[in-house]
Write a protein that binds this ligand. Sequence first.
Ligand code: NAD
Length: 462
Amino acid sequence: MSINEQMVQDIVQDVLAKMQIASDVQGDRGVFKDMNEAIEAAKASQKIVAKMSLDHREKVISNIRKKIMENAEILARMGVQETGMGNVGHKILKHQLVAEKTPGTEDITTQAWSGDRGLTLIEMGPFGVIGAITPCTNPSETVLCNTIGMFAGGNTVVFNPHPAAIKTSIYAVNLLNEASVEAGGPDNIACTVEHPTLETSNIMMKHPAIQLIAATGGPGVVTAVLSSGRRGIGAGAGNPPALVDETADIRKAAEDIVNGCTFDNNLPCIAEKEIVAVDSIADELMHYMVNEQGCYLASKEEQDALTNVVLAGGKLNRKCVGRDAKTLLGMIGVTVPDNIRCITFEGPKEHPLIATELMMPILGVVRAKDFDDAVEQAVWLEHGNRHSAHIHSKNVDRITKYAKAIDTAILVKNGPSYAALGFGGEGFCTFTIASRTGEGLTSASSFTKRRRCVMTDSLCIR
Ligand code: NAD
């Protein structure tokens, strides 16, 4: 087939795919023209949710889980087609993870004290209507995961999704409301607007019905939410380093790090963005990365060409975010076989492709003279986000030292970064990691407020 025929086929496929997206987005449950209307609908819905039994909430959540499983492929496909970012197979896994491992009402626990003076409980109650701002990198994953947690806590939610992922986000909102209505719950447990903008976001942040805002995205949105005068959960940017020392299983470290880095083309905020390797094992690590893990070793000229494309004019080129390694290399005129899944090179920590959160499979390696130097460089590279960091080491004292120094919400030891989301690791799943405001990995209880219920001089039966 000549290139021209291939190009025509690609265009036809693209048009067909876009038509398919348009026909997929048919429902309009929870979707409003006006942000105020969306908030009012979510408010009315929350009045019903507040009266629902926990058991009924759980029935709705279980139907949501079922629908996510049934729609995982279409959501994954839509996300990739609409945003041009990520990998369909990996996005399917992410949706399955949301369905299976996002905590429901079991996350809402009660604390109790009983004694001579009676019984006191701390109950976790709903905020009411929560405002949520979601990223284009995990659009439907975040909408679905946020709603399960927020609804489990007795809330409803209004989303102002990233405009670049609005169709996918609307599809997810539809699905959530469909699931609720089918399970005997109200419509509009999740609402959004047809055309989210900064203006609709501002309306949401200032609306008196919104007592809590959960922002998942880069530094700009988190700062905006934290300046809004409302309580904010800020899940911001990261630049997670993976530190490798000489006690690690170097071959496995290479495999884990490249697997984590290339997952969904490096879109997850927790994914390995650069490596800091102790000098004595740095060459061995790169040997395994290049010879066994599908890494392409970029020359100095190729690094410069990549920098010019990826950080054109010093700004992150959104056309490169979430693209695979082959496509990125294609952009600088380098053709590689299909088994290439990551681009690597050695450079100083200040190298722009190392110091910047790129969200694409480019994995620079910084050499450190010893472990202490590695910790210092990794802390610098994390830029004080206190988001995520990873380490490959068999020495628990060193792991402890690193954990204290880097002070992140997530620290994966001896595994790929996605183990932190419960994928190949213990624990629950979330796509909102509140690094900046300290909730860490959010779940239903993060979206509740603590209320003290006191009975004096009775109900203690000890
Ligand atoms: P982004 O910051 O461009 O957009 C995120 C959301 O914020 C979008 O809905 C956008 O419309 C909105 N937004 C941006 N600036 C705003 C402002 N000033 N006021 C109100 N709304 C605003 O981010 P993105 O490209 O969609 O996602 C990638 C970024 O998000 C990365 O930095 C990544 O690390 C981060 N992220 C963090 C988490 C986490 O859990 N901590 C999860 C996913 C992504």
